[in-house]
Design a protein. Structure first.
Length: 308
C-alpha cells in the first residue's frame, strides 16, 4: 500500500474506499475481523502519508461505494486528523479510525436509503436508527472484536440529539465518542440530501458552529480549525473571476492551495492552473456548492499524477 500512496495518493484512497465497501458490507464472512483491522491499518498509513489527498479524494469523490461507506471513511479520516491537532495519542487516533469506519455498520443500507428519501423516516426506520449503535457493537463482538475502547466509542457515538451543544456536565462523556459524533455531524452537513441541495462548505461550517455550541465546544473548534474555511475538494470563486478547486490546505485558513479549472466566463480551462490564493488577485471570495460546478475533473492530474 505504501508504494501506491507514494505513486498516486488519489488512486490509493479510491482503492481503500472500494476495500471498505467490501469489508463493511460483509461482516458475516469468515475472517471479517482481521480484514477490518488490516483495512484500518492501511487507512491510518495512507492518512499519515498524505492527509490532504485523502480529504480531497473523499470529499470530491462520486460516492462510488455508496454514501454510507464513503461517510464512514470520511469520518475515520477527519476525526483522526483532528485528534492529532489536539495532541491525542497514537493509540487514540488509531481507535478513531476503527470507530469511524464501523460507527454505522448496523445501518449501512438504511443510511443509503435515507440520503435519497424525500420523506421523514418511518417509525420502523427511526427504531433502526435508535438501536444501530448497540447492534453495531454486537456485530463487532460476534466477529471477535474485543477492543473495549473501540466498542465503547461506537456504542456511545451519538452524544447529543442532532449534534447540538455538549451538555453542561460532560466530563463523564467519552472524548473519542464526542470526536466521532461531532465529526459525523460536520461531514453530514457537507453532503446533499433528497430534501436539501448541497450548500457551500463555509455555510455548512457556520451552521455547524452555531448548532453545536460554538466556541464552548472544543470538538467543534478543533474540527473547524483542522479543516479550514475551504477544505480540499472545495470549489471556490477567485477574485479574478475564475473558478478553482482547493487541493491542499494552505498556510492560513483563508489561503488554501488551489488550481483554477474554469475561466471568468465559465469555460473549462485546458489544464488546471495553480493559483496563489494569498495574492490579492487570486484571493478566495466565495465557496461554491458542488452542484453549481458541472465539471468532471482529473483528480490525479491535480495532484501531479496521471490517471490509471
Amino acid at each position: 500500500m505504501s508504494d501506491t500512496v507514494a505513486s498516486d495518493p488519489i488512486a490509493c484512497w479510491d482503492t481503500l474506499l472500494a476495500q471498505a465497501a467490501h469489508v463493511l458490507h460483509h461482516p458475516d464472512e469468515v475472517g471479517f475481523a482481521p480484514r477490518l483491522e488490516a483495512l484500518a491499518d492501511a487507512i491510518f498509513a495512507a492518512l499519515r502519508q498524505d492527509p490532504d489527498a485523502g480529504v480531497f479524494a473523499l470529499l470530491h469523490g462520486e460516492d462510488a461505494a455508496g454514501y454510507a461507506v464513503t461517510h464512514a471513511l470520511r469520518t475515520a479520516l477527519v476525526s483522526a486528523l483532528v485528534a492529532e491537532r489536539c495532541g491525542w495519542s497514537l493509540s487514540a487516533r488509531r481507535t478513531l479510525v476503527r470507530a469511524g469506519l464501523t460507527m454505522n455498520i448496523a445501518m449501512l443500507d438504511l443510511q443509503n436509503t435515507l440520503v435519497t428519501q424525500a420523506t421523514p423516516p418511518t417509525s420502523r426506520q427511526r427504531a433502526e436508527i435508535a438501536s444501530h449503535a448497540r447492534r453495531g457493537r454486537a456485530m463487532l463482538e460476534a466477529a471477535g472484536i474485543t477492543d473495549a475502547e473501540w466498542l465503547d466509542t461506537i456504542t456511545h457515538h451519538h452524544v447529543t440529539p442532532g449534534g447540538h451543544a455538549l451538555p453542561r456536565q460532560h466530563n463523564d462523556l467519552c472524548p473519542l465518542a464526542c470526536m466521532i459524533h461531532y465529526t459525523d455531524v460536520y461531514l453530514a452537513k457537507l453532503s446533499p440530501r433528497a430534501t436539501r441541495a448541497a450548500i457551500a462548505v463555509n455555510v455548512a461550517a457556520r451552521e455547524f458552529h452555531v448548532s453545536a455550541g460554538g466556541a464552548d465546544n472544543p470538538f467543534v473548534t478543533a474540527i473547524l480549525q483542522e479543516m479550514g474555511i475551504f477544505p480540499p475538494g472545495t470549489f471556490v470563486k477567485l477574485r479574478n473571476g475564475e473558478t478553482a478547486i482547493v487541493v491542499r490546505r494552505g498556510p492560513t485558513p483563508d489561503s488554501p492551495v488551489a488550481h483554477s479549472v474554469m475561466d471568468r466566463d465559465g469555460h473549462p480551462l485546458p489544464m488546471p492552473l495553480a493559483r496563489d490564493t494569498a495574492l490579492p488577485e487570486f484571493k478566495v471570495v466565495a465557496a461554491l456548492p458542488r452542484g453549481q460546478v458541472p465539471l468532471r475533473l482529473n483528480r490525479q492530474m491535480l495532484f501531479g499524477h496521471s490517471a490509471r
